[in-house]
Design a protein around this ligand. Structure first.
Ligand code: ADP
Ligand code: MG
Length: 322
């Protein structure tokens, strides 16, 4: 079972940033309003997350660290299947299998918190602990005992950059939540709860927001909102391109294509622009592959989605030109 965990971890927790993403998504799932992150050495030495979510009951603590599906490896086929199963219900188990992890949590109205440690998947005793609310997870020395994996890690600065980018995406998608990020004891981000314009200003620059074009369009179950840069004003950085589908950051060409076409038609402009756009649609009509290292999206009716994006963007751009 431990081997399965470590193989799964190697597949999906490529680097500290992926572990961080898994844990932050758990914190958000738990209804946290405040997410505090501390990293040491780009997350390779320590990833610590303090949240104020609903917590985990004492008896659930070991379950949180176990794979939900406890199938044993019987054949190479099984092994391959496990590797491609993705991460559902095995995020924490995978991380715990390749690190020294401490999980401390206080469940809703419990009188105190409980803590359990896992050393490369081996769970210790569940002990009483002090914590006023929520869940605190510390992941020490990710991959330190697995040299074959460890050698894929880059410099601390690079690993930190990946972690910071992950936090940025989640913070853009959740502007109403508070985020703080420390690296090697130094504050890197301190984001107060607010609306998207404020959050985007803090993370993508005030100029992007003030010169940008607000988008807010709907058609049936489809909705597009956010901000797109105005390529006719100033220079806009190309890398600030964020597209979220149902609140999840995704990499997909459809938005880029629609933007390029709308920019060309309305503004007669061919330049790339920064954007931070959110598409919402019926979850049934989209398949988001939540593999933590590459987030792909498949629309059931991609032509209809493209037409909606193009129409919405054309409308938003035309409004600013008038
Ligand atoms: P999944 O998120 O797919 O259920 P994980 O391995 O990421 O699987 O987490 C296992 C379980 O541990 C979650 O389903 C949740 O019940 C619990 N859990 C993990 N992190 C937290 C957290 N920060 N707050 C509350 N519960 C948590
Ligand atoms: Mg999870």
């Amino acid at each position: 079972d431990q081997l399965v965990n470590q193989i799964a971890a190697g597949e999906v927790v490529e680097r500290p940033a992926n572990a961080l993403k898994e844990m932050l998504e758990n914190s958000l799932d738990a209804g946290s309003q405040s997410l505090h992150i501390e990293l040491l050495n780009g997350g390779t030495k320590l990833i610590k997350i303090v949240d104020d979510g609903c917590g985990i009951a004492r008896d659930e603590l070991p379950l949180a660290l176990h794979r939900h599906a406890t199938s044993k490896i019987a054949s190479f086929d099984d092994l391959q299947r496990v590797a491609t199963l993705g991460f559902r219900g095995e995020g924490l188990a995978s991380i715990a299998s390749v690190s020294r992890l401490t999980l401390t949590s206080r469940y809703q109205d419990a009188s105190h918190a409980w803590r359990v440690e896992a050393d490369h998947g081996h769970l210790g005793e569940i002990e009483p602990a002090a914590l006023s609310l929520g869940t605190t997870i510390e992941v020490h020395e990710l991959y330190h005992q697995l040299p074959a994996r460890r050698k894929f890690l880059k410099s601390d600065a690079t690993e930190f950059a990946h972690c910071a980018e992950m936090v940025k995406r989640l913070a853009l998608a959740n502007p109403g939540k508070q985020f703080t990020l420390l690296h090697n004891g130094r504050p890197q981000l301190r984001l107060a709860p607010g609306d998207l314009a404020r959050r985007a200003g803090e993370l993508l620059g005030e100029e992007f927001v003030s010169s940008g074009i607000a988008v807010n369009e709907g058609f049936g179950p489809l909705r597009l909102f956010g901000i797109t840069g105005n390529p006719t004003l100033g220079k806009s950085s190309r890398d600030a391109q964020y597209f979220f589908v149902n609140g999840r950051y995704v990499r997909d060409k459809v938005i880029q294509h629609a933007l390029r076409e709308a920019y060309r038609d309305v503004l007669h402009h061919d330049r790339h622009a920064a954007y931070c756009l959110f598409l919402e649609l019926d979850p049934e009509s989209v398949d988001v592959n939540v593999h933590p290292t590459k987030i792909e999206v498949r629309f059931r009716e991609s032509q209809a989605v493209y037409r909606f994006l193009l129409t919405s963007l054309t409308k938003a751009l035309s409004a600013t030109r008038a």
